[in-house]
Design a protein around this ligand. Structure first.
Ligand code: GUN
Length: 302
């Protein structure tokens, strides 16, 4: 069997097209556009490239976009003051502080200072709590899990009553996606198992999965014999395993590998996400969805 490919690059274009239309309509009818600020501390190359992509995407959609770059030695106090400024700016609907932060800054303190109603990353404890309750309580689901769920829905995979196994228990992916898949509602209603580094016989659990979501950060962890024939496999792993020269640009680029042995797995799974081009493009897409939603909440039209 060759699995159907669930391509994040294609789903991204569908969703961005939908957002673009809605932004135009809101602008024409109400004269408002979503406002996003990305705060980047220092010059970490990976962070700089993520932020550049976020800005490019927001700009393409007609958002107001502010890139606020700060020196690596900014004090915690000054960063808190900056967040406070954007918390009180009505033209800003989303505040994103790019992680990781320098060691002298307490990231919990920073994330907790963002107004939960502008927390488009969905990392504030209030939004984590809202996600846990589910249903109408949820304002901003975290972007990578939201992207995973959206891909599963748009690929037409049946989730209700399905055995969903999540590999990994991080706060950013594993824990929230496990919680989302067990809620009532579309793209959910699953029976969820979470496996992690202390799990005995991880393969036994994975083999039962109708939907296998892998976010372990270990290249090639999931072997083809761990996959149930016909399962939907979502590979969240983006592991840099080397470098190569891009044929397109002639520049050095990272060689990326997922957490799943893709070439073998695609012969067994029913559907599977590639790496790159799978879950990766969905994270920024869902950040845009959350920022538009935030404007709609502010306007009382969500
Ligand atoms: N660093 C890597 N991924 C993310 C993300 O989704 N949000 C933020 N704020 N920082 C990140």
């Amino acid at each position: 069997m060759t699995a159907k490919l669930i391509k994040g690059t294609e789903i991204r274009e569908e969703i961005l097209g939908e957002i673009e239309e809605e932004v135009k309509k809101i602008k024409a009818e109400h004269g408002k556009v979503p406002g996003l600020v990305t705060i980047l501390i220092g010059e970490n190359p990976a962070s700089m490239s993520y932020v550049t992509l976020k800005i490019k995407t927001a700009t393409r959609l007609g958002f107001k976009e502010i890139q606020d770059s700060q020196p690596v030695d900014i004090s915690e106090e000054d960063l808190l003051a900056l967040i406070d400024k954007y918390n009180n700016d009505d033209s800003i609907n989303g505040i994103l502080v790019q992680l990781p932060l320098p060691k002298h800054i307490d990231d919990k303190k920073i994330l907790n200072a963002i107004d939960p109603d502008k927390d488009v990353d969905g990392f504030h404890p209030i939004n984590v709590g809202r996600l846990m309750i589910g249903g109408d309580e949820v304002k901003f689901p975290p972007c990578t899990p939201a992207g995973i769920q959206e891909m599963i829905i748009r690929a037409g995979v049946e989730t209700s009553g399905a055995e969903t196994v999540v590999v990994g228990r991080s706060n950013i992916v594993g824990k929230p996606i496990a919680n989302m898949m067990l809620q009532k509602g579309p793209g959910a209603n699953s029976t969820v198992t979470v496996v992690h580094t202390r799990t005995k016989d991880m393969d036994v659990h994975c083999k039962r999965a109708d939907i296998l979501i892998v976010a372990a950060g270990v290249p090639g962890l999931v072997k083809p014999e761990w996959i149930k024939p016909g399962a939907c496999v979502i590979d969240v792993g983006v592991n840099r395993v080397g470098e190569k020269i891009s044929e397109k640009t002639g520049k050095k680029i990272a060689i990326l590998r997922g957490d799943v042995d893709f070439d073998a797995a695609k012969e067994i799974a029913g559907s599977i996400t590639p790496v790159p081009g799978g879950v990766g493009p969905m994270t920024i897409t869902m950040l845009m969805v959350n920022t538009l939603k935030s404007l709609k909440f502010q306007m009382g039209i969500a």
